[in-house]
Design a binder for this molecule. Structure first.
Ligand SMILES: NC(=O)c1ccc[n+]([C@@H]2O[C@H](COP(=O)([O-])OP(=O)(O)OC[C@H]3O[C@@H](n4cnc5c(N)ncnc54)[C@H](OP(=O)(O)O)[C@@H]3O)[C@@H](O)[C@H]2O)c1
Length: 333
């Protein structure tokens, strides 16, 4: 896929990245993981996607997060990643944690959405084929499906592990009571839940009161998604909506009407605090996620190597005074 054969940097584990155990498990995740929801589909630059994956791994980012429906069109992020995986990362498979998910709408008809055994079993096979992998490291139920018994969804996840198609299982965005039940069922099935994936950033803190304590009590890890609130917690939208931003793109998930005057006011004030800390707002937003010990990793997205490097540099300062934490809480509300 790339012109020259990729050789990973020999310094990849000697830089700023550190690794935390995922819950009570033996698996360590990098503080920063890279998500392929946007920017890795067929509508995106293939060259930049390759450069970002190389850059990430060269800087110790050993975890790439995908889902069956990532990319435009659905499935294209997995397929593109699979091609790069095969051509560039095959020698490094044992140094990588690759996750995928099923749970949102993926294909037409009654079997391509939700939490049924039928959907999950078919989807993992499709994902493995698109990514040209024998197994994924983590397979998630992408969301709770109220129309499928939890026993069925968790049974399918457990069987996927027992069939060797995934090493671990996780759940994403489950309500607290359903997550509790899921942890119990997975434990009973002999495949304890590795990880809970939930939205976490300075503007979205609900998980602090719901997912964090429950995961900790059950020895389950926590990984946060959208730590930059899809880019809102950066200097990108300080003065409106620039071209080429996620909010401006027709295939982006962030809608223009989410960039309200209230949000712009908040991010301007947060940007001032970041400047006083000698960080960009994106760096402060990422570093802030780690003030909670429950957070094992955050999955950041990026549309360029420049952004990715900016984000990696966040790890140079993850310490906050209690006054800074208090002011950030006041501003972000
Ligand atoms: N489980 C779930 O349901 C779920 C849901 C959502 C996401 N996720 C996972 O979490 C990952 C990350 O989500 P996300 O993409 O929303 O994360 P995010 O990190 O909050 O937002 C990423 C976007 O922020 C902008 N950005 C990144 N670094 C920047 C920087 N240094 N300066 C300025 N702007 C910067 C870029 O936007 P532009 O494109 O505008 O440049 C980038 O695409 C996904 O890829 C996926 O793996 C999971």
């Amino acid at each position: 896929m790339s012109d020259k054969r990729y050789m990973a940097s020999e310094n990849r584990y000697n830089e700023t990245m550190s690794y935390r155990h995922c819950g009570k498990s033996g698996l360590k995740l990098p503080l920063l993981s890279l998500g392929l929801w946007h920017n890795f589909g067929d509508v995106d630059s293939r060259e930049e996607a390759i450069r970002m994956l190389h850059h990430a791994f060269d800087h110790g980012i050993t975890h790439f997060d995908l889902a069956n429906n990532y990319g435009t069109p659905f499935g294209s992020a997995e397929r593109n990643f699979g091609n790069i995986m095969k051509s560039d990362f095959a020698p490094y498979r044992d140094e990588l944690i690759i996750s995928t998910k099923a749970g949102h709408e993926m294909w037409p008809g009654p079997y391509g959405d939700g939490g049924s055994r039928k959907y999950l079993m078919a989807s993992i096979d499709q994902s493995l084929k698109r990514m040209q992998l024998d197994y994924v490291d983590i397979f998630y139920s992408h969301r709770y499906d109220p129309n499928t018994p939890l026993e069925e969804t968790m049974g399918a996840l457990s069987d996927i592990v027992k069939q060797g198609k995934a090493l671990y299982v996780g759940i994403s965005k489950y309500p607290e009571d359903k997550a509790r039940e899921a942890y119990r069922l997975l434990k009973e099935n002999g495949t304890p839940c590795l990880i809970y994936q939930g939205k976490y950033n300075m503007l979205a803190r609900e998980v602090e009161y719901t997912a964090f304590p429950l995961a900790q009590k059950n020895g389950v890890g926590f990984i946060g998604f959208s730590p930059l609130a899809q880019g809102m917690l950066s200097d990108k939208y300080l003065h409106g909506i620039p071209e080429n931003s996620r909010a401006a793109l027709s295939h982006g998930f962030l809608q223009k009407n989410q960039i309200t005057p209230e949000i712009i006011g908040k991010i301007n004030r947060l940007n001032e605090i970041a400047a006083k800390r000698g960080q960009t707002l994106a760096q402060m937003a990422l570093a802030w996620c780690f003030h909670q010990p429950a957070v094992n990793s955050v999955i950041v997205g990026a549309s360029s190597v420049k952004q990715l490097q900016d984000n990696i540099d966040a790890l140079k300062n993850t310490t906050f005074t209690s006054e800074e934490l208090w002011i950030i809480g006041e501003i972000a509300g």
